[in-house]
Every structure is written in structure tokens, then in C-alpha cells.
Design a protein around this ligand. Structure first.
Ligand SMILES: [Zn+2]
Length: 204
């Protein structure tokens, strides 16, 4: 393929930036950039400002690592939720997926990834110590390991299980309704909801 020639360096820069985003090819990136020129300047500025503000001001919940606009997330400050039940997930997108099922009334712990030697991610790169700390402080009845049912998820479950095995809590995993190899984020709400309700005791 011939190298694309851009009529403007500014355009080329913006296309390169959009192209960095997951799932955005060069053609789509170009469409996005040209679209910003077609719409009102104020709308384009809003997009830019939203990105700047999001990166600068969004924070991580001090307890669970969910993202939020304050010190604690909406879920952690909600007294109607069951704070004795922790659902461990890989990412903020997974929190959103589980919330969408409306089948879970506990709280979360976001690891920020899963153990993946292939991608150079080890246990030290994940927020497992804070989870162990939460359990060690007491007041927890059950930890649900809701990680993707693939090798990396399984490895991470086992690692966390070993860290928590000595505490007097239930440890469960979501039922295998989520197809193997699918991430939680893409599981449909009904399937994911069922797999949380029908969770099973973790066993080696
Ligand atoms: Zn939180």
C-alpha cells in the first residue's frame, strides 16, 4: 500500500493519535479527524476538554480501584450494598458489566489486570495486596473471583486463592456460563448475571 500523503501535518498528527486507540484503523481515524472539522468548533473543543479533564481529574477509589470523581466510588459509599461480599474483577469495564446484570449487591475489587507471563504481567503488577488487606481487616464473608475463564484468569484465581485460603471466608468463582475465552465485558447480561448468582465454591 502506498504511504498516505496528508495535506496537513496537523491532520496527520490527529489521525495518528486516533489510530492509537484500540479498534481504530487509519481510515476511521481520518474520518474522525475530518468530522471534527465539519461540526461546530465548540463541539470539537468539548471533545478535547473532556479528554483533558478525564485524564487530569478522574480518580481511583481508595478502597476498590474503581474509577470515580472523588475519594471513594459510588458503590463503596452506598450503605445499601453488602460490604461483606467482594467481587474481584480485572477491570473497570468488568465492574460495569457486572453492574449491568443487576444481580450483584456486594462491592468490588478491581485488580487492574490478570497475571500474564506472556505480556510480562506478574502478581506484583496487580493490586492483590490491597485485596488481602481488606480480607485481613475482617468483616468479609465471601470473595467471588469473577475473572475471565481462560488460562490467565485461572492462574490469577489460583494465586489469589492461595493468598486468601487461610482466612475464614468463602471463596467462590463465577459459574462457567461465560463461554471459555470470553472476557466478562463481552458476556451478555443474562449469562453473566446467572453465572454470578450460580457461583460455585472455588476448588483446586
Ligand atoms: Zn470503590
Amino acid at each position: 500500500m502506498n504511504e498516505v500523503k496528508y495535506p496537513s501535518e496537523l491532520l496527520e498528527n490527529l489521525v495518528n493519535e486516533f489510530h492509537r486507540l484500540p479498534g481504530v484503523g487509519r481510515k476511521t481515524a481520518l474520518r474522525y479527524a475530518l468530522h471534527l472539522l465539519k461540526e461546530d468548533e465548540a463541539d470539537a473543543m468539548n471533545l478535547g476538554n473532556s479528554i483533558l479533564r478525564f485524564r487530569a481529574e478522574v480518580s481511583k477509589c481508595r478502597v476498590c480501584n474503581n474509577i470515580c470523581d472523588n475519594d471513594l466510588c459510588e458503590i463503596c459509599i452506598n450503605t445499601k450494598r453488602n460490604h461483606r461480599l467482594i467481587c474481584v474483577v480485572e477491570s473497570v469495564a468488568d465492574v460495569m458489566a457486572v453492574e449491568n446484570t443487576a444481580q450483584f449487591n456486594g462491592v468490588y475489587h478491581v485488580l487492574g489486570g490478570v497475571i500474564s507471563p506472556m505480556n510480562g504481567i506478574g502478581p506484583a503488577d496487580l493490586d492483590i495486596p490491597a485485596l488481602v488487606q481488606r480480607v485481613a481487616e475482617g468483616g468479609i464473608d465471601e470473595v467471588i473471583l469473577a475473572l475471565s475463564p481462560d488460562m490467565e484468569g485461572d492462574t490469577t484465581c489460583l494465586y489469589i486463592y492461595k493468598k486468601l485460603a487461610d482466612y475464614n471466608i468463602e471463596i467462590s468463582t463465577i459459574a462457567r456460563g461465560v463461554a471459555v475465552g470470553n472476557s466478562l465485558e463481552y458476556a451478555d447480561e443474562i449469562t453473566l448475571g446467572r453465572s454470578i448468582v450460580n457461583r460455585i465454591k472455588y476448588s483446586l
